[in-house]
Design a protein around this ligand. Structure first.
Ligand SMILES: [Zn+2]
Length: 197
Protein backbone atom coordinates (compact mmCIF):
# COMPACT_ATOMS: atom_id res chain seq x y z
CA UNK A 1 0.00 0.00 0.00
CA UNK A 2 1.65 3.26 -1.09
CA UNK A 3 2.00 6.14 1.31
CA UNK A 4 -0.02 9.12 0.21
CA UNK A 5 -0.61 12.67 1.25
CA UNK A 6 -2.59 15.56 -0.10
CA UNK A 7 -1.38 19.13 -0.44
CA UNK A 8 -3.91 21.70 -1.59
CA UNK A 9 -5.96 18.99 -3.20
CA UNK A 10 -3.09 17.44 -5.12
CA UNK A 11 -2.48 13.86 -4.08
CA UNK A 12 1.09 12.66 -3.85
CA UNK A 13 1.74 8.93 -3.79
CA UNK A 14 4.98 7.21 -2.83
CA UNK A 15 4.56 4.63 -5.57
CA UNK A 16 5.05 7.41 -8.09
CA UNK A 17 8.30 8.59 -6.61
CA UNK A 18 11.63 7.11 -7.43
CA UNK A 19 14.85 7.24 -5.61
CA UNK A 20 17.77 8.42 -7.67
CA UNK A 21 21.43 8.55 -6.97
CA UNK A 22 22.77 12.01 -7.48
CA UNK A 23 26.31 13.28 -7.03
CA UNK A 24 25.14 14.72 -3.73
CA UNK A 25 23.72 11.44 -2.54
CA UNK A 26 20.35 9.74 -2.78
CA UNK A 27 17.33 11.99 -3.19
CA UNK A 28 13.68 11.45 -4.02
CA UNK A 29 12.25 12.90 -7.22
CA UNK A 30 8.55 13.12 -7.96
CA UNK A 31 7.79 11.38 -11.25
CA UNK A 32 4.07 11.99 -11.39
CA UNK A 33 1.41 13.55 -9.29
CA UNK A 34 -2.28 12.89 -9.39
CA UNK A 35 -5.12 15.28 -8.92
CA UNK A 36 -8.85 14.95 -9.55
CA UNK A 37 -8.68 17.55 -12.27
CA UNK A 38 -5.89 15.72 -14.08
CA UNK A 39 -7.79 12.45 -14.25
CA UNK A 40 -10.85 14.11 -15.76
CA UNK A 41 -8.69 16.14 -18.12
CA UNK A 42 -7.07 13.10 -19.68
CA UNK A 43 -10.40 11.38 -20.18
CA UNK A 44 -11.95 14.35 -21.91
CA UNK A 45 -9.27 14.15 -24.58
CA UNK A 46 -10.49 10.66 -25.42
CA UNK A 47 -14.05 11.96 -25.63
CA UNK A 48 -13.17 14.76 -28.00
CA UNK A 49 -11.97 12.32 -30.63
CA UNK A 50 -15.53 11.10 -31.08
CA UNK A 51 -17.53 14.27 -30.57
CA UNK A 52 -17.41 17.89 -31.54
CA UNK A 53 -18.34 21.10 -29.80
CA UNK A 54 -18.61 21.83 -26.11
CA UNK A 55 -19.61 18.84 -23.99
CA UNK A 56 -21.50 21.00 -21.47
CA UNK A 57 -23.44 22.90 -24.13
CA UNK A 58 -24.25 19.64 -25.89
CA UNK A 59 -25.70 17.87 -22.85
CA UNK A 60 -27.68 20.98 -21.95
CA UNK A 61 -29.62 20.63 -25.20
CA UNK A 62 -31.18 17.42 -23.89
CA UNK A 63 -34.73 18.00 -22.69
CA UNK A 64 -36.61 16.24 -19.95
CA UNK A 65 -35.80 13.98 -17.04
CA UNK A 66 -34.72 11.08 -19.23
CA UNK A 67 -32.09 13.17 -21.02
CA UNK A 68 -30.81 14.57 -17.72
CA UNK A 69 -30.57 11.06 -16.31
CA UNK A 70 -28.60 9.85 -19.34
CA UNK A 71 -26.32 12.88 -19.19
CA UNK A 72 -25.88 12.56 -15.40
CA UNK A 73 -27.25 16.06 -14.78
CA UNK A 74 -28.41 16.18 -11.17
CA UNK A 75 -29.69 19.73 -10.84
CA UNK A 76 -30.61 22.72 -13.02
CA UNK A 77 -30.72 26.21 -11.54
CA UNK A 78 -31.36 29.63 -13.05
CA UNK A 79 -27.72 30.39 -14.01
CA UNK A 80 -25.88 27.11 -13.55
CA UNK A 81 -26.32 23.37 -13.39
CA UNK A 82 -24.68 20.41 -11.67
CA UNK A 83 -23.53 17.30 -13.49
CA UNK A 84 -21.66 14.20 -12.34
CA UNK A 85 -18.23 13.71 -13.83
CA UNK A 86 -18.53 10.60 -16.01
CA UNK A 87 -14.89 9.84 -15.24
CA UNK A 88 -14.83 10.57 -11.53
CA UNK A 89 -11.80 10.84 -9.38
CA UNK A 90 -14.02 9.66 -6.56
CA UNK A 91 -17.61 8.56 -6.21
CA UNK A 92 -19.75 11.71 -6.26
CA UNK A 93 -17.30 13.88 -8.21
CA UNK A 94 -19.53 16.77 -9.33
CA UNK A 95 -19.07 19.60 -11.81
CA UNK A 96 -20.81 22.92 -11.18
CA UNK A 97 -21.17 24.69 -14.51
CA UNK A 98 -22.66 28.04 -15.63
CA UNK A 99 -25.17 27.73 -18.49
CA UNK A 100 -23.31 30.42 -20.37
CA UNK A 101 -20.55 29.18 -22.67
CA UNK A 102 -17.80 31.35 -21.27
CA UNK A 103 -14.14 30.58 -20.63
CA UNK A 104 -13.35 33.48 -18.31
CA UNK A 105 -13.89 33.11 -14.58
CA UNK A 106 -13.65 36.87 -14.04
CA UNK A 107 -16.35 37.57 -16.63
CA UNK A 108 -18.96 35.51 -14.83
CA UNK A 109 -21.76 37.75 -13.63
CA UNK A 110 -22.43 38.31 -9.91
CA UNK A 111 -25.60 36.24 -10.33
CA UNK A 112 -23.62 33.37 -11.84
CA UNK A 113 -20.94 33.56 -9.16
CA UNK A 114 -23.57 33.64 -6.46
CA UNK A 115 -25.61 30.71 -7.72
CA UNK A 116 -22.48 28.61 -8.35
CA UNK A 117 -21.39 29.11 -4.74
CA UNK A 118 -24.86 28.39 -3.36
CA UNK A 119 -25.17 25.29 -5.57
CA UNK A 120 -21.75 24.11 -4.37
CA UNK A 121 -22.89 24.47 -0.77
CA UNK A 122 -26.03 22.52 -1.51
CA UNK A 123 -23.98 19.80 -3.24
CA UNK A 124 -21.71 19.55 -0.20
CA UNK A 125 -24.73 19.17 2.07
CA UNK A 126 -26.32 16.57 -0.22
CA UNK A 127 -23.11 14.54 -0.46
CA UNK A 128 -22.59 14.76 3.30
CA UNK A 129 -26.11 13.42 3.82
CA UNK A 130 -25.82 10.63 1.23
CA UNK A 131 -22.18 9.54 1.27
CA UNK A 132 -20.75 10.97 4.50
CA UNK A 133 -17.37 12.06 3.09
CA UNK A 134 -14.71 13.29 5.50
CA UNK A 135 -13.61 16.19 3.33
CA UNK A 136 -13.89 17.81 -0.11
CA UNK A 137 -11.68 19.19 -2.82
CA UNK A 138 -13.24 22.16 -4.57
CA UNK A 139 -11.71 24.21 -7.35
CA UNK A 140 -11.24 24.94 -11.02
CA UNK A 141 -8.61 24.64 -13.70
CA UNK A 142 -8.59 27.96 -15.53
CA UNK A 143 -7.03 27.54 -18.96
CA UNK A 144 -5.56 24.60 -20.83
CA UNK A 145 -2.14 25.15 -19.32
CA UNK A 146 -3.64 24.75 -15.87
CA UNK A 147 -5.13 21.42 -16.87
CA UNK A 148 -8.65 22.31 -17.99
CA UNK A 149 -10.01 19.57 -20.25
CA UNK A 150 -12.89 21.81 -21.37
CA UNK A 151 -11.18 25.17 -21.23
CA UNK A 152 -13.74 27.14 -23.26
CA UNK A 153 -16.55 26.60 -20.73
CA UNK A 154 -15.49 27.38 -17.18
CA UNK A 155 -16.57 24.83 -14.56
CA UNK A 156 -15.85 23.86 -10.98
CA UNK A 157 -14.96 20.48 -9.53
CA UNK A 158 -16.30 19.21 -6.23
CA UNK A 159 -14.70 15.94 -5.13
CA UNK A 160 -15.73 14.19 -1.92
CA UNK A 161 -12.84 12.65 0.01
CA UNK A 162 -12.53 9.82 2.48
CA UNK A 163 -9.57 8.72 4.52
CA UNK A 164 -7.55 6.21 2.49
CA UNK A 165 -9.31 6.97 -0.80
CA UNK A 166 -6.18 7.94 -2.68
CA UNK A 167 -5.57 4.51 -4.18
CA UNK A 168 -8.33 5.06 -6.71
CA UNK A 169 -7.11 3.41 -9.90
CA UNK A 170 -8.26 -0.14 -9.01
CA UNK A 171 -11.75 1.25 -8.43
CA UNK A 172 -11.81 3.02 -11.79
CA UNK A 173 -10.78 -0.18 -13.56
CA UNK A 174 -14.12 -1.77 -12.69
CA UNK A 175 -16.27 0.18 -15.14
CA UNK A 176 -19.49 -1.74 -14.48
CA UNK A 177 -19.37 -1.18 -10.75
CA UNK A 178 -18.74 2.54 -11.21
CA UNK A 179 -21.54 2.81 -13.74
CA UNK A 180 -24.14 1.23 -11.47
CA UNK A 181 -23.04 3.29 -8.51
CA UNK A 182 -23.18 6.49 -10.54
CA UNK A 183 -26.77 5.94 -11.64
CA UNK A 184 -27.88 5.20 -8.10
CA UNK A 185 -25.98 8.16 -6.69
CA UNK A 186 -27.29 10.46 -9.43
CA UNK A 187 -30.86 9.62 -8.47
CA UNK A 188 -30.18 10.26 -4.77
CA UNK A 189 -28.35 13.53 -5.42
CA UNK A 190 -31.00 14.75 -7.81
CA UNK A 191 -33.75 14.06 -5.29
CA UNK A 192 -31.86 15.77 -2.49
CA UNK A 193 -30.78 18.82 -4.50
CA UNK A 194 -34.20 19.40 -5.96
CA UNK A 195 -35.68 19.37 -2.46
CA UNK A 196 -33.64 22.45 -1.51
CA UNK A 197 -34.30 24.29 -4.78
ZN1 LIG B 1 -20.17 25.30 -23.62
Amino acid sequence: MPQTRSIDGVVFSSQHCEKRNSPRGTDTKMKHLFSPWRSAYIKTFNERRHTSGCLFCRILKGKGKKADTTNLIVWRGKFCFVVMNRYPYNSGHLLIVPYRHISSFVKLSPEEHSEIMIATGNCIQALEYISKPQGFNFGANLGRTAGAGIDKHVHFHLVPRWNGDTNFMPVLSDVKLISENMNTLRAKLSQKLNMVK
